[in-house]
Design a protein around this ligand. Structure first.
Ligand SMILES: [Zn+2]
Length: 83
């Protein structure tokens, strides 16, 4: 299942293996990436391998930030369960 970040890109080229080539709907940048890379581009994570989108609306960047935060919390919870 694809997350909401896929609404903001157009898939330019599907790859049989690995991540597709996608185009950002806001700045038209084309890059290769999966969900995590798309979110990084949209909300501008520190230490991200990709430059933040300079045309992304603030509300989309915020939504992505929340999404990333939720995913981190889920990860922490599942780690705690294992301990
Ligand atoms: Zn962009």
């Amino acid at each position: 299942m694809k997350g909401p970040e896929w609404k903001y890109v157009v898939i330019v080229e599907e790859k049989e293996k690995g991540n597709p080539r996608v185009q950002c709907c806001f700045c038209d940048k084309v890059y290769v990436g999966g969900s995590a890379r798309i979110r990084e581009h949209l909300h501008g994570e520190q230490n991200a391998l990709i430059k933040q989108c300079d045309k992304v609306p603030e509300e989309v960047a915020d939504a992505m930030r929340k999404l990333v935060q939720e995913k981190k919390e889920v990860k922490l919870k599942s780690v705690n369960l294992k301990l």
